[in-house]
Ligand binder design. Sequence first.
Ligand code: ATP
Length: 325
Amino acid sequence: MKRIGVLTSGGDAPGMNACLRAVVLTAHANELEVIGFQRGFNGVIDQQYQTLSPYHVSGIIQDGGTLLKSARCPAMLTEDGLKQAASNLHDLELDALLVIGGDGSFRGTLELAPYYQGKLLGIPGTIDNDVDGSDFSIGFATALDTALDAIDKIRDTADAFERIFLVEVMGRHTGYLAVAAGIAAGAEQIICPELAAELDLDKIAEHVEQARKHRGNCSYIIVIAETMYPGGAGTLAVDLESRGIECRASILGHIQRGGRPVGADRILATKLGAYAVEQLVQGAHLMMAGEINGKAGLYPLALTGDKKKQVDSYLLRWQQQVAQY
Ligand code: ATP
């Protein structure tokens, strides 16, 4: 093995730079050349890339975003796009491609496999944390702290005005961030796809009223995962108001994707980046480098989207039992 490629794909996540640094430094120590593709799979198809040496990744461990930029790449959904990507990888004589991204990026990597002769390996980088085969994905810990910082501030003003707030957090189709942020912020309600596919507005309103019966007028925070309500938290606030529950909506949005990675993300990113390159050298193929119970390990890329990983049902149950008190 002489030359490997690397890209960051899908939603950007804090810690992607720390991971790129670990990949490049480990590759350098193993006498491998690294080609970094720009804007996810787009860089492979459009031949936009750069050689990455230790010099390029020096001092980026603390930076949010990604040095290589990230993007969605619709061309990967077509056979022509996949063939073009594989052909460009062959032209560059790349022995392997490392993909740092989420579940969708790994689907793209798997689709590329029939056309590309080299090795393919994934590293989980997404604030959604919705990838099987790793307890945590790079970026989740930082996004959680960012969401908490915002929700704590919302709590201050909610307390002062004894208001009800709906706080919408990211997590496309999954509630890892909503559950973690809701528990850690001491939210009175958590609404996420793992609890119910459809919302019962009467039940939500009833819970608010119960809490106010126990505590009198008080602040009340509902953390809701995005995509849980048509039109989002703003529309839900309007619809709850028609049931006599006056509330404010706050959509945290893209601030959750940015910021300096927290220590846990830098460490995870460093471990997985280093481990992935070491495993490539050993011949790993169509696997994801993940971490389970603190230990790095390989997990079949094809199983990463099976949705076997569960949100913390113990804490969620506890929260539901006590939140009105
Ligand atoms: P996040 O969940 O953090 O946004 P992700 O990796 O899941 O990250 P996606 O937008 O789902 O983000 O996927 C990123 C890219 O992966 C897509 O733009 C596309 O290029 C590629 N991809 C996703 N699904 C497929 C697929 N089924 N076939 C080929 N390529 C795919």
